[in-house]
Design a protein around this ligand. Structure first.
Ligand SMILES: [Zn+2]
Length: 415
């Protein structure tokens, strides 16, 4: 009887463990030790673009396990479990439109809807996700076994000329925000300024007020996509350390979306953090074949924006896209190229000032690093390079949580 009970208990235990998130197996090439450490760490990615799929005609089921080789998507709940990703900053991204009252109004409404769609994802899966509003929420939510949902803004174009909207987005949960994306706007010059050009020499007068208001609200400022001059001014003006949520270092590949060493050192000296981007063309300039370029142009001309396609037509589009990928494979940068950037940047500014924001679902992804299931490879590699679990804890979340805490403390100090 005793033996039977023990067996029964063992079976119950095995069943319980099988349902436990940490029972996913180590990805290929990742040691058992690295996988165990990766699962012990609290891991946050500071730039998840996945909400861009939420308001498409098809929507996006975050609970469905998608295949990156089929649809290119990189984040969902099952893959967060497989890749040991505990959460991150889920992005309200809006593309740039005209700097007019009509343009501002349309994008404001779309941005508010996007914020609500992120809330809906949490509300629909209350046992899987939880909204995080404070620096201490991450550890608490992680301990409860749920995934962490911080909200951030990429491109504050949607504020128009009304800075009080930043307060509205704060109330909707936004705790990190950057002024600009592709195309200089009313707040700042962009690394990719477009027709408006480098208009402000960095931040505009409103952009300077934006920095001040973000500080007062306790929002962490994000310099990614801002021009180097705008980033430097944010570092100077901000009362609390800034982040580059998905950014690279110029040293190995000079690119407008990468920062020069001196700027990174200046940011780190003020306590800031760079989260390393895994967007291939920022890491390495790689030519594509003419056949691939022509086929992709023809595909886009034929189908338009795939986000606008309903399910049946979307599947047909994917068939054609997958056929092009097989016939004319993309020339991609590799995980090793990424790790060289990461290792260089850690040596430049130290483990207290580096993290990971791979631009998943926003253009990130490399050979050997196609979606979030590959994240433990970073942990494995950095352990092999001699970095400790304590170092990794900082890079995987400790640093950005420190920035959230600094923003909160500054806000509290004003009262
Ligand atoms: Zn971006």
């Amino acid at each position: 009887m005793a033996n039977f009970s023990r067996l029964k208990l063992a079976l119950i235990g095995a069943t319980a463990l099988a349902g436990c998130s940490t029972m996913a197996t180590a990805p290929a090439g990742v040691s058992a030790e690295a996988w165990a450490i990766h699962n012990r760490l609290l891991t946050l990615d500071t730039h998840l673009d996945t909400p861009a799929f939420f308001d498409t005609v098809r929507g996006y089921d975050i609970m469905e396990r998608h295949d990156v080789e089929r649809d290119g998507s990189q984040v969902d709940y099952p893959r967060m479990v497989e890749g040991g990703l505990d959460g991150g900053f889920w992005v309200i991204y809006m593309g740039q439109g005209p700097l007019t009252p009509e343009g501002y109004r349309d994008v404001r409404d779309a941005a508010l809807i996007r914020a609500m769609s992120i809330h809906k994802m949490v509300a629909a899966n209350p046992d899987k996700f939880e909204l995080a509003l404070t620096s201490s929420d991450a550890a608490r939510i992680n301990a409860s076994g749920k995934k962490i949902v911080y909200i951030s803004i990429e491109n504050s174009y949607e504020l128009g000329e009304d800075l009080s909207l930043l307060d509205t987005f704060y109330k909707l949960g936004v705790r990190m925000a950057g002024p600009v994306h592709n195309g200089t706007n009313q707040l700042a010059d962009s690394t990719n300024p477009g027709a408006v050009g480098m208009k402000w020499g960095g931040l505009s007068p409103m952009g300077r007020d934006y920095v001040k208001r973000a500080n007062e609200l306790g929002i962490v400022l994000d310099g990614s996509h801002s021009s180097d001059a705008a980033i430097e001014q944010m570092i100077d003006l901000s009362a609390t350390p800034i982040i580059l949520s998905h950014h690279g270092a110029d040293h190995l590949n000079e690119h407008p979306r990468n920062a020069p060493d001196a700027l990174l050192k200046k940011m780190a000296a003020k306590g800031g953090v760079i989260h390393m981007n895994a967007l291939g063309s920022f890491i390495k300039t790689l030519p594509q074949t003419k056949e691939r370029t022509d086929a992709m142009t023809a595909l886009r001309t034929k189908w338009g924006n795939p986000n606008q396609l309903e399910s049946t037509r979307y599947e047909l589009y994917l068939d054609e896209l997958n056929a092009i990928d097989r016939q004319f494979p993309e020339n991609r940068a590799t995980l090793e190229d990424y790790m060289q950037q990461v290792l260089y940047t850690i040596k430049l500014v130290g483990v207290d000032h580096v993290g990971f924001g791979a631009d998943w679902d926003g253009g990130g992804g490399l050979d050997g690093f196609r979606d979030i299931t590959a994240l433990p490879k970073i942990t494995d590699r950095l352990l092999k390079e001699g970095y400790t679990e304590a170092d990794l804890a900082k890079m995987w979340s400790g640093n950005v949580i420190r920035l959230l805490k600094a923003a909160e403390d500054y806000k509290a100090s004003l009262k």
